[in-house]
Write a protein that binds this ligand. Structure first.
Ligand code: NAP
Ligand code: G4F
Length: 345
C-alpha cells in the first residue's frame, strides 16, 4: 500500500527536503500551501509533476494554520498515514516584532492541526517541529531531559506546541512526537538566517557586487547541522515502535565568528574587512549557547549526522558561489535575487 503524508510548511527549507525524501521512499505527498500574490513554490518546483498525469504523487492544497475549519476538511479528505507539522513563523528576531502573529501560527496553529486530526477521526502519526530554542538560557549540553527556559515569543510559542503535542499523546493515545531540532541549514535556508546571510554575502562580495555585511551578535554559539540529514531523523521518529521525543543535533558548537572564518576563508577572504555591526539585528533577549546531545536519537533510531558546522559552511558557500556564477538557481532565494534580504531582519 502506498503511504500518504501531509506536510505543513512544504514550501520551507525542511518541507522541501522532506518532500524529496518521502517521494523517494514511494509516498504520496500532500502539502499545505499559503495563497500568496506571487508564487512561493521555488524550493519544490523541481518536484513538480502535472497532477493530471497518472504518475503524479505530489499534491498541494491551499490552507493556513490560522484556519482550523480548513485543516479539518483537508485532514478528512487526505486521510494521511503521517502528518509533519513544519509550518511556523520561524524567525526568532521577527517574533519580537510580531509576537501575536507568531503565537497564532507557531503556537495555536499546532493545536488547530492536532484538533483536525482528532475531529476528522483519521488514524495517523504526527510529527511536531519543536526547537532547541526551548532551552533558551539553560546552558549546554542540552538533551531531552534538560529544563526549558524560552527567551523569545517564538520559543514561548514553540513551548506551547511541545506540551500540547505531548498532551494529545497522553490524553488521546495519538502517536505524536516532538523532534527537538538544533539549528540545521542548507543552500535552501532562508536568506535572513545568519548562516545563509553570511554565505550569500561571501558569494556576492567575491563577485564584487557587495562590499559590506551588517550583522548583530557574533558571540552566540550554535550547533549547526545539515538539513537533509535532519529530515531523515523526522521520518525515523515516525517509524519507531512507540511515540517519543528526540533531540537532533551534531553535538558541536561554533560561534558566528567561527562560521565567518570558515565561510570567508573558503574563498580566500578575511571577514574582518567586510563585516560591520548593526544593532537592529540584536535580540531583546538572546540565546547565548545551544549545543545538543543527540545520544538518544543515535541509540534508539540509528540517526547519525555526518556534516558539522565547518563542512556545512563550505557546502553553503559553494552553492551560493555556483548559483551566482550560473545566474540561475532552482530555488527562489538565490544570491542574485531578493535585494531586500540585506535590509530586512
Ligand atoms: P522555514 O523555511 O521558515 O519554513 C516555514 C514554512 O512554514 C514555510 O513553508 C511557510 O510558508 C510556512 N508557514 C508559515 N506560516 C504559515 C501559516 N500560518 N500557515 C501555513 N504555513 C505557514 O522553516 P524551516 O527552517 O524549514 O523549519 C521548519 C520548522 O522547523 C519550523 O516550524 C521551524 O520553526 C522549525 N525548526 C527549524 C529549525 C532550523 O534550524 N531550520 C530548528 C528547529 C525547529 P511560506 O513559504 O508561504 O512562507
Ligand atoms: O540564524 P538565526 O536567526 O537562528 P536562530 O535564532 O538560532 O533560530 C533558528 O534556529 C532555531 C533552532 O535553534 C529554530 F528554532 C529557528 O526557527 C531558527 O531556524 O540566528 C542565529 C544567531 C543568533 O544568536 C543571532 O543573534 O545568529 C545571531 N546573529 C548575529 N547577526 C544574527 C545576525 N542572526 C540573524 N538572523 N541575522 C543577523 O544579522
Amino acid at each position: 500500500m502506498t503511504k500518504r503524508a501531509l506536510i505543513t510548511g512544504i514550501t520551507g527549507q525542511d518541507g522541501s527536503y522532506l518532500a524529496e525524501l518521502l517521494l523517494a521512499k514511494g509516498y504520496e505527498v500532500h502539502g499545505l500551501i499559503r495563497r500568496a500574490s506571487t508564487f512561493n513554490t521555488g524550493r519544490i518546483d523541481h518536484l513538480f509533476v502535472d497532477p493530471h498525469e497518472a504518475n503524479a504523487r505530489l499534491f498541494l492544497h491551499y490552507g493556513d494554520l490560522s484556519d482550523g475549519a480548513r485543516l479539518v476538511t483537508l485532514m478528512a479528505q487526505i486521510d494521511p498515514d503521517e502528518v509533519y507539522n513544519l509550518a511556523a513563523q520561524s524567525h526568532v528576531r521577527v517574533s519580537f516584532d510580531e509576537p501575536e502573529h507568531t503565537a497564532d501560527t507557531t503556537g495555536t496553529g499546532t493545536v488547530r492541526l492536532l484538533e483536525a486530526v482528532r475531529l476528522s477521526g483519521v488514524r495517523t502519526r504526527y510529527y511536531q517541529a519543536s526547537s532547541s530554542e526551548l532551552y533558551g538560557s539553560t546552558p549546554p549540553p542540552q538533551s531531552e531531559t534538560t529544563p526549558f527556559h524560552p527567551r523569545s515569543p517564538y520559543a514561548a510559542a514553540k513551548l506551547y506546541s511541545y506540551w500540547i503535542t505531548k498532551n494529545y499523546r497522553e490524553a488521546y493515545g495519538l502517536f505524536a512526537v516532538n523532534g527537538i531540532l538544533f539549528n540545521h541549514e542548507s543552500p535552501r535556508r532562508g536568506e535572513t538566517f545568519v548562516t545563509r546571510k553570511i554565505t550569500r554575502a561571501v558569494a556576492r562580495i567575491k563577485a564584487g557586487i557587495q562590499s559590506e555585511l551588517y550583522l548583530g551578535n557574533l558571540d552566540a554559539v550554535r550547533d549547526w547541522g545539515y538539513a537533509p540529514e535532519y529530515v531523515l531523523g523526522m521520518w525515523q521518529m515516525l517509524q519507531a515502535d512507540e511515540p517519543d521525543d528526540y533531540v537532533l543535533a551534531t553535538g558541536t558548537g561554533y560561534t558566528i565568528r567561527d562560521f565567518l572564518d570558515v565561510s570567508f576563508g573558503h574563498v580566500g577572504l578575511d571577514w574582518n574587512e567586510f563585516v560591520r555591526f548593526d544593532e537592529r539585528y540584536l535580540r531583546p533577549s538572546e540565546v547565548d549557547a545551544l549545543i545538543g546531545d543527540p545520544s538518544k536519537a543515535r541509540e534508539r533510531l540509528g540517526w547519525e549526522p555526518t556534516v558539522d558546522g565547518a563542512a556545512l559552511a563550505r557546502i553553503m558557500v559553494d552553492a551560493d558561489v555556483s548559483a551566482l556564477e550560473a545566474g540561475t538557481a532552482h530555488w527562489v532565494d538565490s544570491p542574485q535575487s531578493a535585494p531586500w534580504a540585506e535590509a530586512l531582519r
